[in-house]
Write a protein that binds this ligand. Structure first.
Ligand code: MRU
Length: 341
């Protein structure tokens, strides 16, 4: 399987997801500012992968710290990484985790702190892969044998340290011997479905059919789709789910057609400080991503365009939330608190 991100002696190496599937290019971020830029420009994207990148970014940034300036430098590094993308809570979760380790080591030598931060970042990376395997194992029994799975965006190996959340469920079901095939929404405007999900699943030999986003209703009504499985960027206490723009429409169409709608996400994607999805900050990206495709204009010059990158699916459309600690069913206030506790 493809390596999404790796800590190396030269810096943080990541596959450039803006260039897939045409080119497989790895970039090396040698400073925390370069890691922040890579997150902002979506060289690396997907909630858990952003978290891993941020953890590695903190470790990288603190290599330049000095004794007198330690706390201020930590704030600077964490602040720059936190200012990249607002919706995926894994980013803030990872930064907080690294910060806690750094502050807990006050009084130790700088060399020791630096080494421990690198260890912690690599631990975040390794844990994520294990978590995704557990999500896959918990979710695989929910996937009907011999039917299609519909997914939106990319919640695969590329969106995580490896294996994936939603695609982890697909992979685990396939590994368990189920006959699995996938409808992948192309996911306008950034085309994570067409460029990344289709590419990943093709490499794995999992039968995949690419569809445009507006075809989802047609296929959900056809009876061929056994379930929808998507990832998440942030899940509120009541089970409202923020995920890639267009997820909400898929969820409503799934319910309308009696198709189960599953969300696969690690516990680190839960934001139990938020009572509902109304409090989730939604990233607004450049209108140019809507008016242009690969730099080519597809709309008249000067037209207004909106580009919210995520939407919130109310909990009533969510059949279950699959985590590494088990599967949560409604009422989510209770089931999520139990799993997180
Ligand atoms: O804008 P992106 O590509 O970072 O959005 C990604 C998604 O919405 C994913 O579905 C989500 O982060 C879960 S990834 C396991």
């Amino acid at each position: 399987m493809v390596e999404t991100i790796e800590w190396t002696a030269d810096g943080v190496v990541m596959i450039d997801q803006t260039r897939l599937p045409r080119e497989t290019v790895y970039v090396t971020c040698r400073t925390y500012q370069e890691v922040a830029e890579a997150i902002r420009n979506m060289v690396i994207r997907g909630a858990p992968a952003i978290g891993v990148a941020a953890a590695m970014g903190v470790a990288l940034g603190m290599l330049d710290s000095d004794e007198g300036d330690f706390d201020a430098h930590l704030e600077r590094v964490c602040g720059a990484l936190a200012a990249t993308r607002p919706t995926a809570v894994n980013l803030f979760w990872a930064i907080d985790r690294m910060k806690r380790v750094a502050l807990g080591l006050r009084g130790h030598s700088l060399n020791e702190i630096r080494a421990r931060l690198i260890d912690e970042a690599v631990r975040v990376y390794r844990e994520d892969i294990a978590i995704n395997r557990a999500i896959g194992a918990n979710g695989a029994p929910l996937v009907p044998d011999g039917k299609r799975v519909l997914t939106h965006c990319n919640a695969g190996a590329l969106a995580t340290a490896g294996y994936g959340t939603a695609l982890g469920v697909v992979r685990a079901a396939a590994e368990a011997g189920k006959k699995i095939s996938v409808y992948a929404d192309e996911t306008r405007p950034f085309l994570q479905g067409a460029r990344l999900t289709a590419w990943e699943l093709q490499q794995d030999g999992i039968e995949t059919t690419l569809i445009t986003d507006n075809m989802a209703g047609y296929f959900l009504r056809s009876g061929e789709v056994g379930c929808v499985v998507v990832g998440a960027d942030r899940i509120a206490r009541n089970g409202d789910v923020a995920n890639k723009i267009g997820t909400y429409s898929v969820a409503v169409l799934a319910k309308e057609n009696g198709v189960p709608f599953y969300v696969a996400a690690p516990i680190s994607t839960l934001d139990l400080t938020l009572a509902s999805g109304d409090g989730i900050p939604i990233e607004q990206r450049s209108p140019a991503e809507v008016t242009h495709v690969f730099g080519v204009p597809v709309a008249p010059d000067g037209i207004a365009a909106a580009n919210p990158a995520f939407d919130v699916t109310p909990n009533r459309y969510v059949t279950a939330i699959i985590t590494e600690k088990g599967v949560a069913y409604p009422p989510y206030e209770e089931s999520l608190a139990r799993l997180a506790g």
